[in-house]
Design a protein around this ligand. Structure first.
Ligand code: PGA
Length: 255
């Protein structure tokens, strides 16, 4: 349960921001009042990672990538290896975002290989899972998310799993302005934790950070973060603005 953990608040910039815009964001963000008791991560396009690791050097802000390939090197035109991320000072990476699964046809087998590659290079993954609206309306949300977790985590050791973050991101709530109700999000995060406990054990499941993602904004973050199973949030649109994102990081003020 989250009482043991620091909240983990992450921004997923998707395909937004040039290097100049990233620099402007980091200066503005670091100029805001940021609480000590929260872990913050910014997941940016590859080209902006170097500027961000430099801008956030000496701070606690984690700089992460949004995707990775699973081989260490080779003839894979257009891909980026975990070894390259590691050498660039990138310490975290999103895997299996629904946009990658839907638009770029990533399978659970791909996600599984990517997770293993990240653990090999000591890069902390955020694994995204979540159901479509159709699956939710059919009453299949829990089964879909459990199935994704089992396939994505196949062959991943308990020791590695302890360093995992899972983001529950219902696809119908991403970029739509529709947020899952705090109770529904909490219920699904509990389903995820139970599945993790059955794949590993209760102690391991308790150590894993579970985030909610999907139209999180300053006005709804406090209610989500009050829920016992929600350890953090993964924020898309509202993470692009330094003021809005820092307000989300200071969610306690909305209590
Ligand atoms: P959103 O995106 O906050 O813009 O809905 C969330 C995500 O895709 O991680």
């Amino acid at each position: 349960m989250k009482t043991m953990k620091k909240p983990y608040i992450c921004g997923n910039w998707k395909m937004y921001k040039t290097a100049q815009e990233a620099k402007e964001f980091s200066a503005a963000f670091l100029g805001e009042d940021l609480p000590n008791g929260v872990r913050v991560g910014i997941f940016a396009p590859y080209l902006q990672l170097a500027a961000l690791t430099e801008a956030f050097l000496g701070t606690d802000v984690i700089v992460g990538a949004q995707n990775v390939f699973y081989e260490d090197e080779g003839a894979y035109t257009g891909e980026v290896a975990p070894k390259m991320l590691s050498a660039a000072g990138v310490t975290a990476c999103i895997v299996g975002h629904s946009e990658r699964r839907q638009l770029f046809h990533e399978t659970d087998a791909d996600v599984n290989r990517k997770l293993k590659a990240l653990f090999r290079w000591n890069i902390a993954p955020i694994l995204c899972v979540g159901e479509t609206l159709e699956e939710r309306n059919k009453g299949d949300a829990k089964a879909v998310v459990s199935r994704q977790l089992r396939a994505d985590l196949e062959g991943i050791s308990e020791e590695d799993a302890k360093g995992l973050t899972v983001a529950y991101e219902p696809i119908w709530a991403i970029g739509t302005g529709l947020t899952a109700s705090a109770d529904d999000a909490n219920e699904m995060c509990a389903v995820i934790r139970n599945e993790l406990a059955s794949l590993y054990d209760a102690e391991t499941a308790d150590l894993i950070t579970i985030q909610y993602g999907g139209s999180v904004k300053p006005s709804n973050v406090a209610e989500l973060m009050r829920k016992p199973e929600i350890d953090g949030v993964l924020v898309g649109g509202a993470s692009l603005d330094a003021k809005a994102f820092s307000a989300i990081v200071r969610f306690d003020e909305f209590e």
